[in-house]
Design a protein around this ligand. Sequence first.
Ligand SMILES: [Zn+2]
Length: 77
Amino acid sequence: MEHIDRTVVIRFDTRSSRICEFCRDLDPQFRLRRPLDQMVASTRKAVASAHMTEDGYVRHRMLELRQISSRESVTAA
Ligand SMILES: [Zn+2]
């Protein structure tokens, strides 16, 4: 059930989406993501919920959480 029709993905992709700059800046693995996992809807800010894919959303959330926990450990110290 994981199969996605490639032509649908490409049509879905280009005009209405852009690279998520938050993920691009913070994720060392960013270039290894599938192209669609790098994209957010162009009308939205670079937030997790703007991601086009579940995987993109989850990775974005993980970066946010990591950022929050590193901030907390700085203030705690
Ligand atoms: Zn993102």
